[in-house]
Design a protein around this ligand. Structure first.
Ligand code: OAD
Length: 396
């Protein structure tokens, strides 16, 4: 799932900024006061221990569990072209992921702690669960790259839609319509095929001025977010806390990898910095009655070999079904109308999504759409896109 094709740095290569490419080296750097402009980049993996599934984990991820929605391909649930025709699957899912019933994880509180210590320059999050706000990270520090459930509007006339009313629809799994023009109403989550928020576009060079970059809980498979870690300067230390290696993390002279659970990773880092007690206290403050029951739901029970094999067969069957469904949907779509921006490629590509573009400073503005790399292209394209992703690291 990760983009780990990029070759990790040779262990003998000396560091440039840290005393060592280890957690202790990083903690020493943080404690010394040399890091005061920390950028944090997060994805769904920081919320899984809150009970919210991530997207691409093979068995527990959201995309592996959407069969009930009868989608032509899993990501269609967040595809604007598909939504315009079939808003039901999204609204069926929305009630499950709507913010309010989940408690921030200790990883969210760690980001808050960085803010409290005056170290947080910006948090870039792909998450739509609003848990970083709930953990107390102030709005002006958060860039919600893929939007959020915080606002909703008509996709046609853009009129704002009342929060109380959408809550009623989401709870009832019904489709809200605009009071002005009867257009479809959608939470301001960025769907595939939509433009990213202006705040993201304006801030995407912020990593260049950071002195530490922390990437957590993301597969870095969606552009342009996936290019952000590459926008740091060459010798800026980068820390990845994730279950797997992703993007080009691990190729820099001062990259530190903690390939493990985010919550345990941030605890280790906090401990190494002498902040653990403070962190646990901050996290304890996020507990609310009735919240967090889902906390243990997603932690996963060790599976037997047979169960794992069954899961694998199920996953493969699902992927074949999805490909067939997609081909069918694609064919019907081509017959009925020509899709704007549809790639000429084969049936295994997501129909409304253009191929990933290598990032370049010249055409940045025109190509900044939410580009998805489909499962079928993963493993062949994401790493090169990330590497070529026009970044300061690569260019230096
Ligand atoms: P993904 O599901 O693609 O990736 C989650 C990453 O977190 C994977 O690398 C997991 O191995 C890792 N992970 C999961 N749980 C973890 C844990 N407890 N500790 C450490 N690592 C963990 O999610 P995103 O990268 O966030 O967009 O996905 C990016 C975008 O794709 C989303 O914003 C969403 C999706 O389509 C939209 O829908 C608009």
């Amino acid at each position: 799932m990760g983009n780990e094709e990029s070759t990790p740095i040779d262990e003998s290569t000396p560091t440039q900024t840290l005393s060592s490419r280890t957690l202790d080296g990083l903690a020493e750097y943080l404690k010394s006061g040399k890091a005061s402009r920390v950028v944090v980049m997060t994805g769904a993996g920081i919320s899984t221990s809150a009970g919210i599934p991530d997207f691409r984990s093979p068995e527990t991820g959201l995309y592996a569990n959407l069969a009930r929605l009868n989608l032509p391909y899993a990501e269609a649930v967040f595809d604007i072209g598909y939504f315009k025709e079939n808003p039901e699957p999204f609204y069926s899912l929305a009630s499950e992921i709507y913010p309010g019933k989940f408690r921030p994880t200790i990883t969210h509180s760690f980001i808050r702690l960085l803010h409290d210590k005056g170290l947080l320059l910006k948090l870039f999050t792909q998450n739509i669960d609003c848990l970083e706000r709930e953990a107390g990270v102030p709005d002006d520090k958060i860039i919600e790259a893929h939007g959020s459930f915080a606002r909703q509007s008509c996709i046609e006339c853009k009129a704002a839609y009342p929060e109380d009313d959408i809550k009623i629809h989401i709870a009832a799994k019904t489709i809200p319509r605009c009071y002005e023009c009867q257009g479809l109403v959608k939470p301001e989550i960025v769907f595939f095929g939509e433009q990213l928020p202006a705040a993201f576009l304006e801030s995407r060079m912020v990593p260049m001025s950071s002195d530490l970059c922390i990437v957590m809980g993301t597969s870095l498979t969606v552009q342009p977010f996936a290019s952000l870690p590459g926008a740091t300067l060459a010798y800026t230390p980068r820390l990845l806390i994730n279950k797997e290696r992703v993007g080009d993390l691990g190729t820099g002279t001062d990259d530190v990898l903690l390939l493990e659970d985010c919550d345990s990773g941030v605890r280790k880092l906090a401990e190494a910095c002498g902040w653990l007690e403070e962190l646990e206290k901050l996290w304890a403050e996020t507990a609310r009655p009735g919240q967090g029951e889902a906390q243990s739901k997603n932690l996963g029970v060790a599976k037997s070999k047979d169960e794992a094999l069954e899961d694998e067969i199920e996953t493969l069957t699902r992927q074949v079904d999805e490909t067939l469904n997609l081909s069918k949907w694609h064919e019907e779509k081509v017959r009925s109308e020509k899709l704007p921006g549809m790639p000429s490629g084969g049936a295994t590509e997501s129909p409304t999504v253009p191929k990933p573009q290598p990032r370049s400073h010249e055409d940045e503005k025109s190509t900044l759409s939410h580009v998805f790399m489909s499962q079928s292209t993963q493993g062949t394209e994401p790493a090169s896109t990330t590497k070529e992703g026009g970044n300061s690291k690569a260019n230096e």
